[in-house]
Design a protein around this ligand. Structure first.
Ligand SMILES: Cc1cc2nc3c(=O)[nH]c(=O)nc-3n(C[C@H](O)[C@H](O)[C@H](O)COP(=O)(O)OP(=O)(O)OC[C@H]3O[C@@H](n4cnc5c(N)ncnc54)[C@H](O)[C@@H]3O)c2cc1C
Length: 401
């Protein structure tokens, strides 16, 4: 059965987490920072930098020690993602997104299914692709048209998946599908990417987070053992895993905001306005004070949401039963919604900061603005976050649908 995603409280995790964070910061400054043009060029996946993250022993840092991993908590992951995103948001996104799949696998897959996948991810630095969205079913995943049907000991899948990050190079795909015989039955099914019938149709030319790779995929009569289905309802699995990845998407906004703040300070140290350095201007000071406030509140909300998720995982069953009952966490939805909005405010301040130069490709701010946008779009837009918060947490319990 399951194990926790992170090391149990009271181990030496505190010092490990600080040490790992320092190493990630050093990695991000050395390997990611200043390579805006390269990461913005839609580099081939996996990138050489991803291989070096693995070589440094830092890839998939949240996978528990029981599988050979570092076993860092989601709360620790907030600062790790902020550091990676300070270097490049797309790289950070590609690196942490597998947490969505590993959470689902650990909590609801059998040990026979989950263990080899997780151990391989530690040994080889590999990634998982999550295939939820379809052309007609992005936020409305209940309209999923990809089907599975039982054929002896196998499940056979058919369908088209619109967006899935990392799936071009992932070892394993987790596919949301609906029973061909029972419309109410949704399954999350583990599919090796090399399985016959899996086809990567194209890589999307995204406007931001271009250091990651997002693909359209097709499944034609893809057969996998029936034991590759996770226990329970696939829609629920996705909600549960999305808690982790939505919090880390939100944490990307912290890293990008910090980068905008630091670039602004650098610029304001040289730029002169009305005979003085911009740095000494009261209007500039107020803007930077505002940015710092937003960074601080984003960080607090991400950490609080991550700590809540971590607490669920401390249960003897790894949190599987309790999380299955709650699904989406209010704190995770709020983190994603708030950080998308706060990050966008920072991006707007940043995009004005550098005058006309900031509106050219010569300056990195344009890329940072495009990268920031993904926080509000991916894994549910703002309307979707607001609707979930309303229907799950505002409507009185007895009246919820
Ligand atoms: C870079 C990137 C990476 C991605 N990676 C993955 C991945 O790995 N796996 C995966 O499965 N998917 C992935 N996606 C898909 C992504 O999660 C969806 O695109 C996103 O959730 C938005 O869904 P949608 O495209 O269906 O748009 P919709 O949510 O349908 O939005 C379209 C419009 O409908 C409005 N709307 C939607 N719901 C409501 C509502 N309840 N009330 C009012 N208005 C509403 C929106 O505000 C918007 O105006 C990725 C997308 C991107 C851009």
């Amino acid at each position: 059965m399951t194990t926790t995603l992170n090391a149990p409280a009271g181990t030496s995790q505190g010092s490990t987490a600080t040490e790992v964070l320092n190493r990630v910061r050093t990695f991000a400054r050395a390997e990611l920072l200043g390579k805006e043009e390269y990461f913005d060029s839609l580099p081939d996946q996996p990138t050489a930098e991803a291989a070096r993250l693995h070589a440094a022993g830092l890839a998939n840092w949240w996978i528990p020690a029981a599988y050979g991993g570092l076993g860092l908590s989601l709360a620790d992951s907030v600062d790790i993602v902020s550091e990676l995103a300070y270097g490049d948001a797309g790289f950070a996104f590609g690196a942490f997104l597998p947490v969505l799949g590993t959470a689902m696998l650990q909590l609801y897959g059998t040990d026979e299914l989950a263990r080899p996948v997780l151990e391989r991810m530690i040994a080889g630095g590999g990634r998982l692709g999550i295939l939820g969205s379809e052309e007609e079913a992005g936020s409305e995943l209940g309209r999923t048209a990809t089907t599975f049907r039982r054929d002896g000991d196998n499940l056979v899948l058919n369908g088209e998946k619109y967006f899935s990050t990392n799936s071009g190079s992932a070892d394993l795909l987790l596919v949301l599908a609906r029973s061909a015989d029972d419309e109410a039955d949704y399954a999350m099914v583990a599919v090796p990417r090399e399985a016959p019938g899996v086809e990567i149709v194209k890589r999307w030319d995204m406007i931001g987070v271009r250091g990651s790779g997002t693909y359209q995929a097709r499944l034609r009569d893809v057969a996998v053992p029936a034991a590759h289905r996770l226990r329970g309802n696939g829609l629920r699995h996705l909600e549960i895993g999305l808690n982790a990845s939505r919090i880390l998407i939100a944490a990307t906004a912290i890293g990008v905001s910090r980068r905008i703040r630091d670039l602004s300070m650098e610029y304001a140290g040289q730029k002169r306005i009305k005979g003085a350095r911009l740095q000494d201007n009261a209007v500039f000071a107020a803007k930077l004070g505002q940015i710092e406030t937003l960074v601080e509140v984003m960080r607090s909300q991400c950490r609080a949401a991550a700590a809540e998720f971590d607490r669920y995982l401390e249960a003897p069953d790894g949190g599987a039963a309790a999380l299955y009952r709650v699904g989406s966490l209010r704190s995770a939805l709020a983190a994603k919604l708030f950080c998308g909005q706060a990050g966008w405010q920072v991006a707007t301040l940043g995009s004005e900061m550098f005058g006309g130069l900031g509106y050219t490709h010569e300056h990195p701010i344009g890329k940072l603005v495009r990268d920031m946008r993904y926080v509000s779009v991916v894994e549910g837009g703002e309307d979707v976050m607001r609707e979930l918060l309303y229907t799950r947490f505002v409507v009185p319990a007895g009246k919820r649908r």
